[in-house]
Design a protein around this ligand. Structure first.
Ligand SMILES: Nc1ncnc2c1ncn2[C@@H]1O[C@H](COP(=O)(O)OP(=O)(O)OP(=O)(O)O)[C@@H](O)[C@H]1O
Length: 233
């Protein structure tokens, strides 16, 4: 389980997260959604240990997250700079040497599924293909928690669809939990179990997608608009 207890994160004058508390159960695909600057990336970085809270605690399976990235997490960054001098094959070997949970066979399957070639040099890949590669190596780790920060940015709609399909195929929800930040809510909605909605660094609400559909008869975007409008549904 992921627990965020009264967490705030300040950068000089900016308050990126403001007294957030959430509990996220395992075995689910959870969407972290909200407008630009609402704190989605900050939240993932705090979970991964890349940032430390200004106050409050982040716990993963009851263990406090320290500065070092927890070995329990596979983290897909939204940063564009990504091992430019490696070929895809060299990157796979590198991941293999760094992560005990890296599944090379799965990596080769996903690379093939993503229509990438092992001999391609990363610096010559298009942005979209670099993103496919990042998704491929992240999903190839059999880590209990997979954090994906904007995994679909720069990908064309057909590829997004294929990758969503792949995500279901290559993630094992009996042992893994996935957190995705995204603005492509409509496309991702079909695979989400829960959403956490942020605004101005605060968690407005965490809700199951089924409840949103059944109780309110709404898709997530319409629900999000309503919550933003009224502060609640
Ligand atoms: N390193 C930093 N230094 C200063 N301010 C920062 C830093 N990182 C984030 N912020 C600020 O914190 C707030 C939340 O940023 P964050 O990137 O978490 O939002 P986001 O919801 O992921 O946004 P987007 O949807 O645009 O990617 C923003 O106001 C941002 O400018």
């Amino acid at each position: 389980m992921i627990e965020v207890n009264n967490v705030s994160k300040r950068f000089l004058i900016t308050k990126s997260l403001d007294n957030c508390s959430i509990k996220l159960e395992t075995g689910k695909i959870i969407g972290i959604i909200g407008e630009n600057g609402s704190g989605k990336t900050t939240l993932l970085k705090l979970l991964s240990g890349l940032l430390r809270p200004s106050s409050g605690d982040v716990l993963i399976d009851s263990e406090k997250v320290t500065r070092r990235i927890s070995s329990k997490l596979a983290y897909l960054t939204d940063a564009d700079y990504y091992f430019p001098y490696f070929t895809i094959e060299e990157l796979i070997r590198y991941y293999e040497s760094q992560f005990a949970d890296f599944d090379t066979e799965k990596a080769l399957q996903i690379i093939d599924f993503m229509k990438l070639k092992l001999e391609q040099k990363i610096k010559y890949l298009s942005k979209g293909n670099r993103n496919r590669l990042k998704i491929a190596v992240t999903l190839s780790r059999n880590a209990p928690y997979i954090l994906l920060d904007e995994p679909f940015s720069g990908l064309d709609p057909l590829v997004r669809k294929a990758i969503l399909k792949g995500m279901i195929q290559f993630v094992d929800l009996s042992t893994q939990t996935v957190l995705i930040t995204t603005h492509e809510i409509k496309e991702v909605e079909p695979i989400l179990d829960e959403v956490v909605l942020l605004r101005d660094g605060r968690v407005l609400v965490k809700q199951s997608v089924e409840e949103i559909r059944e109780a309110y008869g709404l898709d997530i975007v319409s629900w999000m608009e309503k919550v933003y409008e009224k502060g609640d549904i």
